[in-house]
Design a protein around this ligand. Structure first.
Ligand SMILES: *[C@@H]1O[C@H](CO)[C@@H](O)[C@H](O)[C@H]1NC(C)=O
Length: 290
């Protein structure tokens, strides 16, 4: 069959071959032109909408514009690493003024004298090391709380489901929380959700004097913080963060290798002048069944 078909390529084939060569070379030149245009960025390969979104940073600007509780009055937000041992950073203006006031208003009617966890029985007990009053707000309680919990998850990269309910605390003049660890050294308290891995401490009010969060075991030059001269005597006993309404302090009770970090030892300095309102989110290694 192939032999029989051969004569068809006889005389006319020569002309056919040249026109085919012409078409082919034109195709080659066209693709070369496309390659050149692509490399110059004049042409671009269309990509699917979702895949281009992954590298589009404009949504970050969009997010920061609309964060802060949806009110137009949103202040400058930035994150500052304050220490690597313990790992700690401050997210400035994390909560809006409205969110702070909301948390205080729903917590205020339910404030009770704070307790600490008894490491033998796992139960709450009265204590002199913690003289504040406080209350727990159920996780996902309402829209504003859910929004705050979503922001915490975004900030920490830890899922909302790993968080305990928010605790709101109130310290009056002279009230404090002696240095302690947020992680547990007993079996009982880690049954639900495992160990506490990180803590987000949000300041709901400014404090005129005192009330700093202090890390007495932090490594590094503690006096190099810009607010050193404004710190109380207690505050100068370690690396300190001055309470500022809306700011959130994130610190990790576990190192990246998942061992406990003793440098996360921290306390609340006595309030000297004014009032201190704060809210704490403890986050577990696993899902915390609320
Ligand atoms: C710590 O920081 C302060 C302020 O920046 C500086 O004056 C002091 O010399 C530093 N101390 C050490 C031991 O580096």
């Amino acid at each position: 069959m192939a032999v029989k078909g051969r004569p068809y390529y006889g005389r006319g084939a020569a002309r056919k071959t040249t026109s085919w060569t012409l078409v082919l070379s034109m195709l080659v030149m066209l693709s070369l032109l496309i390659v050149i245009l692509l490399s110059l960025g004049i042409l671009s390969i269309p990509s699917r909408k979702d895949s281009s979104k992954a590298h589009d940073l404009s949504h970050l600007a969009h997010n920061s514009l609309h964060s802060g509780g949806g009110d137009e009055e949103s202040k400058d937000q930035w994150v500052e690493v304050i220490s690597w041992e313990p790992r700690a950073s401050v997210f400035h203006n994390f909560l809006s003024k409205e969110e702070c006031e909301y948390l205080i208003s729903i917590a205020q009617p339910h404030m009770e004298k704070s307790t600490v966890v008894d490491s033998d029985t796992g139960k709450s007990k009265d204590s002199r090391v913690r003289t504040s009053s406080g209350t727990f707000l159920a996780r996902g309680r309402d829209k504003i709380i859910r929004n705050i919990e979503k922001k915490i998850a975004d900030f920490t990269f830890l899922p909302v489901e790993h968080g305990e309910g928010l605790q709101v605390l109130h310290y009056e003049v002279g009230q404090k929380y002696e240095p302690h660890y947020d992680y547990f050294l007993d079996e009982f308290n880690t049954q639900n959700g495992g160990q506490r891995i990180a803590t987000v401490l949000m300041y709901l009010s400014d404090v005129e004097e005192g009330g700093e969060t202090v890390f007495p075991a932090a490594k590094g030059n503690i006096s190099s913080v810009p607010w050193w001269n404004e710190l109380s005597e207690c505050g100068k006993g370690g690396l300190s963060v001055k309470p500022k309404m809306g700011d959130a302090l994130l610190f990790w009770s576990m190192k990246p290798d998942a061992t406990l970090d003793p440098s996360s030892l921290h306390g609340g300095c006595p309030v000297i002048k004014g009032n201190k309102w704060s809210s704490t989110k403890w986050i577990r290694v696993h899902e915390y069944k609320a």
